[in-house]
Every structure is written in structure tokens, then in C-alpha cells.
Ligand binder design. Structure first.
Ligand code: UD1
Length: 355
């Protein structure tokens, strides 16, 4: 294991905002594995403190945790006062596309506000390195597939998508000044799966919006049959195509990005697609889930969902060439791990009911 030391002879501390969330928690594990010391801040608006127990089971470590909001400048300053922060990975944001249409102002305030507050605090404490969670949603429906990072951004389909576009632009503008900030934006495709230990995974609050939690909850009998949103798209089987990436592979891309910034002092801004380069249809995901987990799903074909693009998958060549990162896990691995996690949640629930 490589151990990275900061100027004070301790492990390099990396602030992970949204560190108890789905991608954040998996990134905490990969950072720890790579020899960094993650410091977690999360307002728990879409996650649960129990995630910290899962992190401890996997790593054996109680990571410093702050239950605070990234829009709260004083709380953020306090974290930077207490820790010498080497770099920041900024996940904390609202991410439900449908909700963003209902509450656009909340999305602009939270997602733009937290980034701006973070940047102000980073400048004050002269923390240079930032990895930002962006999304393939910035491309809309690309004209060319697989889509690479040079593709034009289309008009966003939702306020959520717009916040990602604007945040990327804020970072680009700020890094142009070469004042202090050096930033990477990672455009995630569709993160799924869970840690293979089944100690952490996705914890959707209420009815899930995303496909894989919907599938696992349906398989577990928590919700009814799955509706496939659209069966008349111009794709192999009529359902939408996405690039589904295992969350552990995605988490590892953050470590690679941090190292890339550390090793290339001349880089102020760069953007990478983080996907597998492979597109799968909704029906293929359903079928693969059935095969790897040896069970039958109940699903029906329904109408298209408003705002969905027909197909999108990544050209991930730039991230493999420049970051030296590539995926190691398959769709099968992702769907096996997602189901294991769902079963773990069911066990936790039943033991809670018994006690
Ligand atoms: C979208 C964004 C992604 C963003 C995410 C946040 C795009 C291309 N992707 O993901 O960047 O991070 O929202 O939530 O804009 N589906 C069903 N039935 C269901 C649920 C989903 O058929 O019950 C289908 C959808 O129509 C879609 C696919 O499954 O074709 C994946 O949907 P979902 O998991 O919601 O992710 P995206 O909408 O692709």
C-alpha cells in the first residue's frame, strides 16, 4: 500500500463532502486503501449515519465525520481549521432529476451554493486540489456515440442537469485565473452495484428513482413490478441504453484523478468521462440480473419517461490514457453485488424488527 504523507508527517487528508452517500462512501474506502485519510462531511439529507459502521467494518477505521451542510461556511471553515486538507472530493449535491423539475430553486441554491462556499473556504485555506462529481447528463442526447469529452453540451433537460453544467463552468472560470484552484470534473455515467463486502451500498430514501435499486427492491418484494420506461426507442430491443459502471470502479477513478493532479502541477483543469464504454439496454440489465442471481423479475413495458435520453455511453479512452484508470468489474459483478446489498438490508431490517 502506498502511504501519502503531508507536510506534517501524517497521512494526506482528503475531505469527502457527501461522504456517507452512495458514491462518496465507496470513495472513502478506496481513498483509505490508497493510503489517504478521508475526512467526511455530510448533512445526512439523503444518507444515514449507519454508513459509518459499514465503513468501519470494511476498513477498521473510524473516520472523522462532520454532520454539517456544505452551504454552511462556518462549519466548513471549522473542518479546515481542525485538519490540514490536502484535497477535496465534492459529492454533496441533490441528484433527483424529477425533484429538480419540481424544486428548481432548491437545486440551484444547494448545488451551486455548496460549490461556491467550498471554493471560498478552499481559497482561504489555500487548498488547491478538487475533484468534482459531474454527470454524463451534461451531454443530453449526444449526436455521436460513444460520446467523448469534446462533445458539445446540449441544453440541459432538467435543473439538476443545469446545475452540473454550471458547476463545471464555475470551475473552468476559477481555474483560468490560476489563483489557487486545480480541478478535475468527472462525468459519471450510471453508477450501480455495491461494495462486494455488502457492508455499504445505495440507500435510496423512499421509492427509488434509479433502475437498479428499483430492480433489487422489486426482487425483494418491497415494491411491485418494474416498469420499463419505453419499448419503442431506436435501440436493439426498444428500451433505453446506458453505460452502467460498478461504483467501486467509479470510486477508484477519484483516487486516480487525485494522483493525476498531484503528479502534474501544470494542470489546472481537466474533464473526464467515467464509464465502461459499453452500452446496455434496460431489458438487458433486467435479464442479466435474473441470470447472475438466478431469480425471476416481474416487469412490464410502459410508456417513455419524460426527459430520458434514448442512448448514451462513454468513450472512456481519455480517462484510461491520461489517468491510467480503467474499469475492472463487469455488469454481472455490479448486479450480483447490488443484490447482495439488498439482501443485507433485508437482514438488517428483520433483526431490527425482532429486537
Ligand atoms: C440520470 C442521468 C445521470 C444522473 C442520474 C441521477 C442521463 C443520461 N443520466 O440517469 O447522469 O446521475 O439521472 O439520478 O441523463 N428505468 C426504467 N424503469 C425504472 C427506472 C429507470 O425503465 O423504474 C430506465 C430509465 O428510463 C433509463 C434507465 O432505466 O433508461 C436508467 O435510469 P436511471 O437509473 O434513472 O438513470 P438515468 O436516468 O440514466
Amino acid at each position: 500500500m502506498n502511504i501519502y504523507f503531508c507536510a506534517f508527517g501524517k497521512y494526506m487528508k482528503v475531505l469527502v463532502t457527501g461522504g456517507t452517500g452512495f458514491i462518496g462512501s465507496h470513495t472513502v474506502v478506496q481513498l483509505h486503501k490508497a493510503g489517504y485519510e478521508p475526512i467526511i462531511i455530510d448533512n445526512l439529507s439523503n444518507s444515514d449515519e449507519s454508513v459509518l459502521k459499514g465503513l468501519k467494518k470494511i476498513t477498521g477505521v473510524d473516520f472523522p465525520f462532520y454532520a454539517a451542510d456544505c452551504n454552511d461556511r462556518e462549519s466548513m471553515r471549522q473542518v479546515f481549521i481542525e485538519h490540514h486538507i490536502h484535497g477535496v472530493i465534492h459529492f454533496a449535491a441533490f441528484k433527483a432529476v424529477g425533484e429538480s423539475v419540481e424544486k428548481p430553486t432548491d437545486y440551484y441554491q444547494n448545488n451551486l451554493g455548496s460549490l461556491i462556499t467550498l471554493l471560498k473556504v478552499m481559497a482561504e485555506f489555500n487548498t488547491q486540489l478538487l475533484i468534482f462529481s459531474s454527470s454524463c447528463t451534461v451531454y443530453g442526447q449526444p449526436d455521436v456515440l460513444p460520446v467523448d469529452e469534446t462533445a458539445p453540451k446540449k441544453k440541459a433537460e432538467s435543473p439538476y442537469g443545469k446545475t452540473k453544467q454550471v458547476c463545471e463552468e464555475i470551475l473552468e472560470d476559477e481555474t483560468l485565473t490560476k489563483n489557487f484552484l486545480r480541478a478535475i470534473t468527472l462525468r459519471y455515467f450510471n453508477p450501480i452495484g455495491a461494495h462486494p463486502s455488502a457492508e455499504i451500498g445505495e440507500l435510496p430514501i423512499g421509492k427509488p428513482n434509479n433502475l437498479v435499486p428499483f430492480i433489487t427492491q422489486s426482487a425483494a418484494g418491497i415494491i411491485g413490478p418494474i416498469t420499463v420506461f419505453g419499448s419503442d426507442y431506436d435501440t436493439i430491443d426498444g428500451s433505453c441504453i446506458r453505460d452502467y459502471i460498478h461504483v467501486v470502479d467509479l470510486a477508484e477513478a477519484h483516487v486516480a484523478s487525485l494522483k493525476y493532479l498531484e503528479n502534474n502541477a501544470e494542470i489546472y483543469f481537466n474533464t473526464f468521462n467515467i464509464g465502461t464504454g459499453r452500452g446496455n439496454s434496460v431489458l438487458e440489465v433486467i435479464q442479466t440480473f435474473e441470470e447472475v442471481n438466478n431469480l425471476k423479475l416481474n416487469y412490464n413495458l410502459g410508456p417513455r419517461r419524460a426527459g430520458d435520453v434514448e442512448k448514451v455511453y462513454a468513450d472512456a479512452n481519455k480517462s484510461s490514457q491520461v489517468l491510467g484508470w480503467k474499469t475492472a468489474l463487469s455488469l454481472q459483478d455490479s448486479l450480483r453485488d447490488a443484490w447482495r446489498w439488498q439482501q443485507r438490508l433485508a437482514m438488517a431490517d428483520s433483526s431490527r424488527l425482532k429486537n
